[in-house]
Design a protein around this ligand. Structure first.
Ligand code: SF4
Length: 496
């Protein structure tokens, strides 16, 4: 093997087939010892004789495919099995959150004052005997993935762990050249920033050769809304053809996977080059999954304005959900703020085709639509945005209260400077009274719905994981009681 592609345990896992359990890796262990927390959030997967896990993160599978297509011998290897390939001369490592600096890890860190398990696990991996072996023998270590920017804040670790190159951005077009140069013993650039001109065109995106975690397949990249705080803003929009999607679904299904997670920055804009959902493309996409006998489908992201428009104009959300079967289907959505003032400044196109000043109504309508269609959103709210005022946070609190009747989970996250706001300062202070109240309102909302959602979510979990998750939820409810009282006395906002 020339190239090992890997990561730490919080990444090389399928979270018991439950993607949302992956969020637990962004927190320190709560109410449970770390070893048990890790078994619940990031269990080991079975591996073959070469140490290849049977599923691997989609981004690592893309790097693997790019290298294999170029004739380079490479494979994703479980972190505990990289020692089976002492001859490897390159170790490529990807991660969503190397140092727990991204959302929501950074927030859990500030609130609990304890380092989240993803950062701990990554450090343990980098300081493991196996990695020390590869460093000593002079193997080139290349890091990348969505959290590559975090290495800019950790230059001392680049030296200590002898990282040769950090690749920030879509890697498929550059990885082959960097790895070839590494294998030829050439000097490598320390930092590669893949800009808009360097991203692969649709034809240059390789298709995965081996199964991805929980059947995730990409359908599009990019988003036209250009929210200022979002890194996706800098990527051009590309849609996979149905043929490409079909081939990747087949790779997963031939390995025994029966679930699919459709991944895009906004799945509802699949096949569209505007902010209007493309009814024909979306129906064809879901018919394709149905024709393949996929047993369970989830979506990575929907934009809330697209949910409202798609349902109001074409009954699309209920049709898509209905044609896949009568079960709850998960999706991530971004509320980001309930403040019309901040929405106008930070995400002027997020509500399109509706007026951004109507954002609150768009959010409420979209949640109502998803509730009816048995789509369960896990929603994010950002707090600590530049120029945020107490009244903005109060507006977010009121919006969360307006969502109380809709089955969902809502997580407030601290602002992390990304996208067009990359130069802004980090928000990592103690929460203000208003921010604490926002956290309380979200927690109250989540506790209201967590058991209904967990009943569905846990139905096919193994008994041990089901027991541990129930234990965690019960402990959370007890601990939450103290945090939830007393509520903040606050002025009622004039919403007109
Ligand atoms: S709608 Fe979502 S994906 Fe698109 S730019 Fe805004 S935050 Fe990013």
């Amino acid at each position: 093997m020339e190239v090992i592609i890997t990561s730490d345990r919080t990444m090389i896992t399928n979270h018991h087939g439950k993607e949302f359990l992956g969020f637990m890796t962004t927190s320190p262990p709560l109410f449970l010892p770390e070893s048990i927390w890790m078994r619940l959030a990031a269990p080991k997967m079975s591996v073959n004789e070469r140490g290849e896990p049977w599923q691997a993160p989609y981004g690592l599978r893309k790097v693997e495919a790019a290298l294999l297509d170029a004739g380079i011998e490479a494979a994703v290897i479980d972190p505990e099995h990289i020692g089976k390939h002492p001859e490897a001369r390159v170790v490529a490592i990807g991660h969503h959150d190397f140092f727990a600096l991204g959302p929501p890890s950074s927030e859990w860190w500030v609130l609990t004052k304890r380092e989240p398990v993803n950062a701990r696990s990554f450090r343990r991996f980098m300081e493991s005997k196996q990695m020390e072996y590869f460093r000593r023998k002079g193997a080139r270590i290349i890091v990348g993935g969505p959290a590559a920017w975090q290495w800019l804040y950790k230059p001392e670790l680049i030296d200590r762990w002898r990282i040769s190159t950090v690749i920030d951005g879509e890697a498929e077009k550059v990885i082959v050249d960097i790895v070839r140069r590494a294998l030829d013993g050439e000097e490598l650039p320390r930092f590669v920033q893949v800009g808009v001109d360097g991203v692969p065109s649709l034809e240059e995106i390789p298709l995965i050769r081996k199964p991805s975690v929980n059947g995730l397949v990409e359908v599009s990249r990019g988003c036209p809304r250009r929210c200022r705080f979002c890194s996706v803003t800098l990527r051009p929009l590309r849609h996979y053809t149905l043929e490409m999607i079909s081939r990747e679904v087949d790779v997963n299904m031939s390995s025994g996977l029966r679930s699919v997670i459709l991944h895009s920055d906004d799945v509802l804009l699949y096949g569209s080059y505007s902010i209007y959902p493309n009814e024909k493309a979306l129906i064809k996409l879901h018919e394709l999954l149905k024709s393949k006998g996929v047993s369970q489908v989830g979506w990575s992201h929907f934009s809330l304005s697209a949910v409202k428009y798609a349902e109001d104009e074409h009954k699309l959300v209920s049709r898509m959900s209905g044609m896949l079967g009568d079960y709850y289907k998960g999706v991530e959505v971004g509320i980001e703020t309930g403040s019309p003032r901040l929405a106008e400044r930070m995400m002027p196109a997020k509500a399109l085709p509706y007026d951004v000043r109507e954002w609150r109504n768009v959010v409420v309508d979209a949640f109502s639509i998803m509730h009816e269609a048995k789509v369960v959103p896990a929603a994010t709210l950002i707090t600590g945005l530049p120029d945020e005022r107490p009244e903005d946070t109060l507006a977010s609190i009121e919006l969360v209260e307006d969502l109380k009747d809709f089955r969902s989970l809502i997580v407030p996250m601290y602002f992390v400077p990304m996208g067009l706001l990359r130069g802004e300062s980090w928000y990592n202070r103690e929460p203000t009274e208003e921010q604490l109240e926002l956290m309380r309102v979200c927690l109250r909302h989540d506790l209201r719905w967590v058991e209904d959602i967990a009943r569905w979510y846990m139905r096919d979990l193994n008994p041990l994981a089901r027991y541990l998750l129930s234990l965690f939820i019960s402990s959370l409810k007890v601990a939450a009681r103290r945090f939830l009282e007393p509520p903040l006395e606050r002025p009622h906002l004039n919403r007109s």
